[in-house]
Write a protein of this length. Structure first.
Length: 157
């Protein structure tokens, strides 16, 4: 029996794009993902362009994003947008004196707390880097001052 609608053959999921979209949705830069996974930013970029990603690598990326490999494999942006839209509850416009306020409730399928913890760790790491750079800068300025003092002594001889 013929149908009016022919089903298109399913293309394999482009895992790299899914990794990229999840990363973008949670607001993480490639460099931050590279830091938490121990990979280079260039490697993250190449992986995001790859249609297939080895399971071990996918799990590493997923852990860095605070999700599971299965979450990435099954991630569907259209479904995610639909879920967000259908799970939002908008307050009545008139009841809020003309102000449109909304309260969004989301499914708890996303480990937001893990992501928050990762960002806290990243922030702490960045703060430590800043302190190290300040210390190194001070040491360099002290060395420059000592060199200038030595130059001044040599010129007076």
């Amino acid at each position: 029996m013929m149908t009016d609608v022919e089903e298109k053959p399913k293309r394999p999921a482009h895992l790299g794009r899914k990794v990229q979209r999840v990363r973008e949705i949670i607001g993480m830069k490639q460099t931050a993902l590279a830091d938490v996974t121990g990979m280079s930013q260039q490697n993250i970029s190449k992986l995001e362009q790859s249609e297939q990603i080895a399971d071990e690598t996918l799990e590493k990326l997923a852990k860095g994003l605070g999700v599971t490999g299965d979450f990435i494999k099954s991630f569907d942006e259209e479904k995610a947008v639909y879920n967000i839209q259908t799970n939002m509850t908008f307050n009545d416009y008139a009841a809020n004196n003309g102000h449109q306020n909304y309260q969004a409730t989301y499914n708890n399928n996303n480990p937001v707390e893990d992501i928050k913890e990762i960002f806290k760790q990243l922030l702490q790491s960045e703060k430590e880097k800043v302190e190290l750079l300040k210390s190194a800068n001070k040491a360099i300025l002290d060395l420059v001052e000592q060199i200038n003092e030595l130059k001044g002594k040599n010129n007076s001889i």
